[in-house]
Design a binder for this molecule. Structure first.
Ligand code: NAD
Length: 353
């Protein structure tokens, strides 16, 4: 198991350190894991003048999986677009063909009070949103703005090929197979032909996965159902633009950005694993960032790239225990609750492990 460690900027190195401590425990037990670090984002720009240096990209490509912290920060905001730290993550996804984005929205019962929804609606929530990342209206051509002021027209093209639809639906079916065996495919087939094709292909593929129950839902209804009764979902699979919006909606059901991991996978299951949050410049260097999204990203890596659901479950169980012991970083504490440091939370996870 070769893992590239790309800490990046801001709180990236602070939270990645805690995930590496978890890896060290597993390595100490005899698990064969090799790790190598490389700079990325602003940190890479500082040393190499490039947010995604060739050596970092080569390391990411040679590894089985990438554990990524976060990139970006005010220091780099004035750089030209192609030198900005955020360019590194987009470049990595493109170069490695990470076309499938897996974003869980999980609410640990201990944190149900942190959601803006009623605890009885979200407690125990466990959804996985599978979003296609490299196609759809975000990339379709032709696109642009034409015409003179007063009569301008903006246009984009929603397009998906059958091959693109099939490969993301395969990830959806396989993900459902590893979880509750229910897959909800989200489209807008009543209006958009592209998504009619999507629905037709999903129905064609369903017999290949007889153990998974497939359902369909229109995206507008899905947006409503996510806040009305989110626990009805197991795995949701959808295209790039719908997935962009729905996965952000779903993440907010949980109430804490510091708790949520994500994976971006290629067709072989190789992947990039990262928290959904950014580099949090406002708390960088204070030692108070929540490391759990990063540690849970490591758990996802074991499940989806290395086929070790047992190790993933152990790490997730340790996180749950750390929370059950009452430890809270500031982002998940309710008013008046005592808060702990990044390192304290990491230590509690390791103790529970
Ligand atoms: P952010 O996610 O970094 O922070 C939003 C808020 O959430 C802040 O108040 C922050 O303190 C808090 N927060 C985030 N992670 C936390 C954690 N682990 N523990 C406790 N609190 C946490 O979003 P932003 O402020 O909009 O962006 C900051 C920088 O990050 C920008 O440069 C942006 O471009 C970049 N960014 C990077 C990624 C990425 O690396 N994939 C993703 C999003 C944003």
């Amino acid at each position: 198991m070769k893992i590239a460690l790309l800490a990046g900027d801001g709180i990236g190195p602070e939270i990645l350190r805690e995930a590496v401590r978890v890896l060290e425990v597993l390595r100490g037990e005899g698990l064969k894991v090799e790790t190598e670090e490389a700079p990325i984002g602003g940190a890479a720009y500082d040393v190499a003048g490039d947010p995604l240096p060739a050596a970092t990209l080569a390391l990411a490509k040679a590894a089985d999986a990438v554990l990524f912290g976060a990139v970006g920060g005010p220091k780099y905001d004035a750089l030209p677009r192609d030198k900005r730290p955020e360019k590194a993550i987009l470049g990595l996804r493109k170069e490695c063909d990470f076309f499938a984005n897996l974003r869980p929205a999980t609410v640990f019962p201990e944190l149900a009070g942190a959601s803006t929804l009623k605890p009885e609606v979200v407690s125990g929530l466990d959804i996985m949103i599978v979003r296609e990342l490299t196609g759809d209206i975000y990339f379709g051509e032709p696109r642009g703005i034409t015409g003179e002021k007063g009569s301008r027209m903006g246009f984009n093209t929603m397009r998906y090929t059958e091959a693109e639809i099939r490969r993301i639906l395969h990830i959806g079916f396989r993900t459902a197979r590893q979880r509750g065996k229910r897959l909800c495919s989200v489209d807008k087939m009543n209006v958009l032909e592209t998504t009619q094709l999507w629905r037709d292909i999903a129905d064609e593929m369903a017999p290949e996965y007889p153990d998974v129950s497939l359902s369909h839902m229109l995206v507008d209804n899905c947006a409503m159902q996510l806040v009305r009764n989110p626990r009805q979902f197991d795995v949701v699979v959808t295209g790039n633009i719908f997935g962009d919006i729905l996965s952000d909606e779903a993440s907010m059901l949980t109430g804490s950005i510091g708790m949520l991991p994500s994976a971006s996978l290629d067709a072989d299951g190789k992947g990039l694993y990262e928290p959904i949050h950014g580099s949090a410049p406002d708390i960088t260097g204070k030692g108070i960032a929540n490391p759990l999204a990063q540690i849970l990203s490591l758990a996802m890596m074991f499940k989806y790239t290395f086929g070790r659901a047992d190790i993933a479950a152990r790490i997730e169980g340790a996180v749950r225990k750390a929370l059950a012991s009452g430890l809270r970083t500031a982002d998940i504490a309710v008013a008046g609750e005592k808060t702990c440091s990044t390192a304290d939370m990491g230590a509690a996870v390791i103790k529970a492990l």
